[in-house]
Write a new protein. Structure first.
Lengths: 733, 109
């Protein structure tokens, strides 16, 4: 799809988004079929999709989407009920639409292949199984106030007023009757009910307490505010609910329709403005809402609209209409303003330019310093900080939330767990965590593999889970968070955990490990990433497909990331992927070893120490530094990279302590140059296999500095020191 | 005496000759409760009720319910103008079910 005409490309992208939206809505509906908001969302997605397909004259797509839309409309109106079967068909329908789109994008003018056509027909037939009798949703009784004998007056034109006086009302000097008398001055009581449900029996009835409740059907031209004012004095001692006449609902709906949609109002605000509610109503409902929240902290907060209807101060259709209006406004606003679609290439170019700018500004700084031009120094400093923020902003442009990537896995989890006959729930945390789009794209495949792995190998079949005393439903969790300049993505399952003995036996059998080797738990777990090692006795079609674990690890390392495995037998496995946030520019820490300059990503630097014999001693024989009583593996960079030696006699060495994940090491260097904005330039093919180096950067004076692969170097340092410790044992690598 | 009682074979007659308001409710309830406990039908003459408010109304509602519970008959008679006004306003005549005989002509609302 490289040479699509731009409009078609937009359609391609838009349809992909809409299809994704449909999918996620369907998956929500699968677990909560009554979620009307999601049903609306689904309907809108289908509707918009149909519309844009129509623009391009993709009639077959329109025809199919139309069927789906009709169905959704029925669901929305309560004529059909969404059930598992229906969502399944709709999900298939969504896949089918996606295929149709692919077909038309590839060959816009070719007729529809027979197979796709047949599939369309089939799905349409399944969407409408002989027009099921409309599943009548129970219609909510309009209002509880309505009484049976309303024959002689039109209750539709009446205000329904409910007054529930509190027990202290009389003692506080209220006389409920006087309010009703006053009310009579504003209109006519069509019907009134006097109730006293809380009055105690016999002598317990306290004649000075008030037990009276009134339900009044009241005919009046006054507006709600005026009516409410009647009871203003009683407000503290009486629960007052005033429901506008049903006949007025029409007026209110008309008002809502004309409601100014240029800014997003809250539901309460809207209803107050059209006059169907008063502020007091909304305040009460809000109070009730927060009370609900306190009572049931774990449960979902009850929507305001629902509470208002429940409190009988407003009719349901009004709330629904207002919510619809609100949603429309919201959509209009988002469509109007917030986003610009930008070609990813253009963005890439911008970021490259910013990178060059960073280098040039470093060069300028250098010259300013070298020539000691004091006037220019201020300007240079100001520009430097501008360039810094520009770099950050430019990189932010490419930052996307990982949530979208995560939610794609809902479908994977659903389908795979069905195939496997397991019941697995996917939980997503930290979806709002941001990282570079290029990283997101590259992490997708490894992530898919790891999730499939968790589903297949991690979570046990339901019977086994129940036998182990766990809930039958398994859970896979995707979690993301930021940690010191990196993003950590975790894939956890609550399955059986890794069997380290089994892994070790297998690894020894495969010759990956020698039988006499001692490995730490973490090293054993890392073996699952070794090529040719499957932890499962029988290979399934899931694990056999696509990339293997070794490829997963390689892909992640290619992104300068790392993988860690944590597992507790019987409780589950967590695989943590640590990735840099961006691949383009980092804050670096520049050091000198011999005549060379090196860059360490600043986020990995733990501390810098002068190699002072009093504070820390180097143990050359056993190859560690004694740092405040702790043994720290170290690497002398100048030796490691065989740099031309500096005159070391009069210069003190320094130690840069670096930390990656859990492991630490010290790099012994000759000079510390301080922070440096580093534009990462990938190394060419020739240098691809260099150990300990991930990239290079150009310094202000034109020199090249190499960027250290801290992770690898720490490993090397750890191995060396261990090598000395256990010289008799061969090193595992 | 503001409440006059008569007690005979047909039942208890109560004649309330004062206002029925929050100020008198406690006292009136005491008297009414005592009569209720006798388990006889009750007839109340309301002609002397010069004023009735929510508390007084409540008392009548209470009495109606309590007597109903004991399957006693409660009859309200000779409603004064004040009582009629409240009963009309709240549409309670049917609830009490007693014929309202008007002593004086009243103005319709």
């Amino acid at each position: 799809m490289t040479d699509l005409d731009p409009a078609l490309a937009t359609f391609a992208q838009e349809s992909e988004e809409l299809l994704l939206e449909m999918e996620s809505a369907l998956l929500v509906l699968e677990s909560d079929p009554s979620d009307s908001e999601t049903i609306n969302q689904l309907f809108r997605a289908v509707h918009t999709f149909k519309g844009s397909a129509g623009l391009f004259g993709f009639d077959q797509i329109v025809a199919f989407a139309h069927q789906a839309e009709t169905l959704m409309d029925q669901v929305r109106n309560g004529e059909r009920v969404i059930d598992d079967v229906l969502t399944s068909v709709l999900l298939e329908g969504k896949d089918h639409l996606s295929e149709l789109v692919q077909h038309f994008l590839a060959t816009p003018d070719a007729p529809l292949p027979e197979a796709l056509h047949a599939q369309s027909e089939n799905l349409i037939a399944r969407l409408n199984p002989e027009q099921k009798p409309a599943n009548q949703l129970p219609t909510e009784p309009e209002t509880a106030l309505q009484t049976e004998d309303n024959a002689n007056f039109a209750i539709d034109e009446c205000w329904l007023i409910s007054l529930d006086f509190q027990q202290d009302a009389l003692r506080n000097g209220m006389d409920p009757l006087s309010f009703i008398r006053y009310l009579l001055s504003l209109g006519e009581i069509q019907q009134i009910l006097t109730l006293y449900p809380n009055m105690p029996d016999g002598q317990d009835m306290d004649p000075e307490s008030c037990y009276l409740h009134f339900k009044i059907a009241f005919r009046s031209d006054a507006d709600k505010k005026t009516l409410e004012q009647v009871f203003e004095f009683a407000a503290d001692d009486c629960e007052i609910k005033i429901l506008p006449p049903n006949a007025r609902v029409k007026d209110y709906l008309a008002l809502l329709d004309n409601y100014d949609d240029h800014y997003l109002a809250r539901l309460g605000e809207m209803l107050i403005q059209i006059g169907s509610l008063t502020e007091a109503d909304v305040d009460r409902a809000l109070k009730q809402q927060s009370q609900y929240e306190q009572e049931a902290a774990s449960q979902e907060a009850k929507p305001l609209g629902e509470i208002l209807v429940e409190q009988r101060v407003v009719q349901k259709p009004l709330v629904e209409e207002a919510l619809k209006k609100q949603e429309q406004t919201k959509q209009k606003l988002t469509n109007e303003s917030n986003y610009i679609r930008v070609d990813a290439d253009k963005l890439g170019r911008l970021i490259n330019l910013v990178g060059e700018l960073v280098i040039s500004s470093a060069a300028m700084n250098l010259i300013v310093q070298r020539h000691g031009i004091s006037d220019a120094e201020d300007v240079a400093a100001a520009m430097n900080s501008l360039v810094n923020s520009m770099r950050d902003t430019a990189l932010e442009l490419r930052m996307v939330q990982i949530g979208d990537t995560f939610s794609r896995f809902r479908r994977v989890v659903r389908d795979v767990s069905k195939d496997l006959g397991k019941d697995i729930e996917l939980q997503i945390n930290g979806g709002e965590t941001e990282l570079d789009k290029t990283v997101v794209e590259k992490i997708n495949d490894p992530l898919t593999h790891l999730v499939r792995n968790s589903l297949d190998h991690g979570v046990e079949p339901p019977e086994q889970r129940v036998a182990a005393g766990k809930p039958a439903q398994g859970r896979v969790t995707l979690n993301a968070y930021h940690e010191s300049g990196h993003i950590v993505i975790e894939i956890s399952d609550d399955g059986a955990g890794l069997n380290s003995e089994k892994i070790l036996t297998k690894a020894i059998a495969n010759g990956l490990v020698k039988p006499d080797q001692t490995l730490s738990q973490q090293e054993i777990f890392q073996l699952i990433f070794a090529p040719g090692l499957s932890t499962k006795d029988k290979a399934s079609n899931l694990s056999g497909r696509g990339v293997g674990m070794d490829v997963v690890k390689r892909n992640i390392e290619a992104l300068r990331g790392s993988v860690a495995v944590y597992s507790t037998p019987g409780q589950g496995t967590t695989i943590g992927i640590q990735l840099p946030l961006t691949l383009a520019i980092i804050d670096g820490f520049m050091i000198g070893a011999g005549h060379e300059h090196f860059i360490i990503p600043l986020s990995l630097v733990d501390e810098c120490i002068e190699l002072d014999p009093k504070e820390c001693q180097i143990n050359e024989v056993e190859h560690y530094i004694n740092l405040r009583g702790n043994a720290l593996p170290y690497l002398r960079l100048a030796d490691y990279f065989a740099c031309q030696p500096h005159q070391r006699d009069h210069q003190r060495e320094s130690v840069v302590v670096v930390k990656f994940g859990q492991s630490k090491a010290g790099f012994v260097v000759d000079q510390l140059h301080g922070e440096h904005q580093t534009v990462i330039k990938p190394l060419g093919k020739v240098f691809e296999n260099l150990k300990g180096i991930t990239g290079a950067t150009v310094l202000g004076d034109g020199q090249v500095a190499l960027i250290l692969d801290v992770q690898k170097l720490i490993e090397t340092a750890v191995q060396r020191s261990r090598h000395r410790f256990q010289a008799q044992r061969p090193t595992f690598h | 005496m503001s409440i006059q009682l008569t007690d005979n074979a047909q039942g208890i007659g109560i004649r309330i000759q004062q206002e029925m308001t929050i100020y008198t409710a406690a006292e009136q309830q005491q008297v009414l409760y005592e009569q209720l406990r006798k388990g006889k039908n009750i007839q109340i003459d309301l002609s002397g009720v010069t004023e009735i408010d929510s508390a007084g109304l409540q008392l009548l509602l209470w009495l109606k319910r309590e007597s109903g519970r004991q399957s006693l008959q409660l009859r309200l008679t000779e409603h004064s103008e004040a009582v009629v006004e409240v009963f009309e306003m709240l549409d309670l005549s049917k609830f009490f079910g007693d014929p309202i005989v008007l002593a004086k002509q009243r103005t319709s609302s």
